[in-house]
Ligand binder design. Structure first.
Ligand code: NAP
Ligand code: G4F
Length: 324
């Protein structure tokens, strides 16, 4: 039985990746920070909490990482922990850098110190392309991050490449475009829209305040994207891969899908709120996943419309149950 360590186990991707690895016979160690309340809702939602060995640690604390790595001797480490909300990264740039940039370096250092043969996955992001230099972004597209989050991720990305080149480590970076699901955080725009649409339908909310609805994203389903993470670590050589659907949609059109599904016209509810615009916006992202398709045999299976409907259904159920 292979052992995998996942940082960010309580997040969206951590939960889906844990579910996927458990299904594939792995022992899963979940690295989570101690909080004053237990924070395993997503693992509970997938019904897998009791199947994971949960262990306390903070990604900014190298000693906890070394201790856990030494204790469990994982074959694979997936570094998903991050301050991952772009908006917050302007309010908390130093915390974002400590967690998202230096945190990744801590994981790489722990591997180097404990056992450099441990395979490493870094959660890189399409946010690194930022002010895009090519219409469709691939592994060779130059980066131009637009937020403290994007800059932090770029540091972690290059550290991953550097540890691979310097120490011959099996270190891979998945450059993942936006991916969502019914367990996406409420602050991200897709879930904000599906949750609000459900509340409006059920008479619990009147309006939905949004920022730049002309921004466009290449949205896929998190379940598809965690498969790609695993495939990267099973590949013959460590490498970096873009994971995307190859299609882009505006926030406006994504809203229309969600509201139409509930028989509502989004124009009657959406209010443009200037305070939700970002200091520097990533206007459009669209990824080219050909390398992953060719070398990993990976392909996105779930389209945006199917995913948004799944998210609306899940939110209707939850809001109906909790009335909030
Ligand atoms: P998420 O839901 O925000 O999860 C982030 C995880 O990081 C949570 O488990 C969080 O723990 C943990 N974390 C935060 N600070 C930590 C710390 N100091 N020590 C230990 N753990 C800490 O993010 P996600 O959507 O699953 O994304 C997973 C990773 O992929 C992130 O690195 C993100 O930046 C990256 N990424 C995401 C996307 C996307 O579209 N989802 C695209 C590209 C890349 P708490 O639960 O305690 O907060
Ligand atoms: O859903 P978002 O907050 O995601 P964003 O900024 O693209 O970041 C996500 O995807 C990245 C991959 O590219 C990840 F690395 C990152 O961790 C995160 O998962 O915003 C999407 C777009 C933006 O252009 C934003 O300005 O939606 C626009 N938007 C418009 N109104 C809004 C809102 N975003 C949010 N969160 N809330 C709004 O009210």
């Amino acid at each position: 039985m292979k052992t995998a360590l996942i940082t960010g186990i309580t997040g969206q991707d951590g939960a889906y990746l844990a579910e996927y690895l458990l299904k594939n016979g792995y022992e899963v160690i979940g690295f989570m920070r101690r909080l004053s309340t237990i924070n395993v809702e997503r693992l509970d939602y997938l019904g897998i909490t009791d199947e994971i060995i949960l262990t306390d640690g903070d990604i900014t604390d190298l000693s906890s990482m070394v201790r856990i790595m030494d204790k469990y001797k994982p074959a694979e480490v997936y570094n998903l922990a991050a301050q991952s909300f772009v908006g917050t990264s302007w309010q908390q740039p130093i915390l974002t850098s400590n967690v998202t940039a230096i945190g990744a370096l801590n994981v790489l250092e722990a591997i180097r110190l404990v056992d450099p043969s441990i395979k490493f996955y870094q959660a890189s992001t399409s946010e690194m392309f930022g002010k895009i230099k090519e219409t469709i972004q691939c592994e060779t597209t130059p980066f131009h991050p637009r937020s403290p989050y994007g800059v932090s991720k770029l540091y972690a990305h290059w550290m991953t490449v550097n540890y691979r080149e310097s120490f011959n480590m099996f270190a891979c970076a998945g450059i993942l475009f936006n991916h969502e699901s019914p367990i996406r955080g409420l602050e991200f725009v897709t879930r904000k829209v599906t949750h609000s649409a459900a509340r409006i339908k059920l008479g619990l909310q009147d309006k939905l305040h949004l920022g730049n609805i002309d921004a466009k994203r290449d949205w896929g389903h998190a379940k598809d994207y965690v498969r790609a993470m695993h495939l990267m670590l099973q590949h013959d050589n460590p490498d970096d891969f873009v994971i995307a659907t190859g299609k882009t949609t505006s926030v406006r059109d994504m809203c229309k899908i969600a509201f139409d599904y509930l028989g509502l016209d989004y124009k009657n509810y959406v209010v443009i709120d200037k305070s939700l615009f970002r200091p520097a916006e990533v206007e459009i992202l669209i990824g080219n996943p050909v390398k992953a398709e060719k070398h990993l045999g990976w392909k996105a299976e779930v389209g945006l419309e199917e995913m948004i409907k799944e998210m609306v259904d899940a939110d209707m159920k939850r809001v109906n149950l909790n009335r909030r």
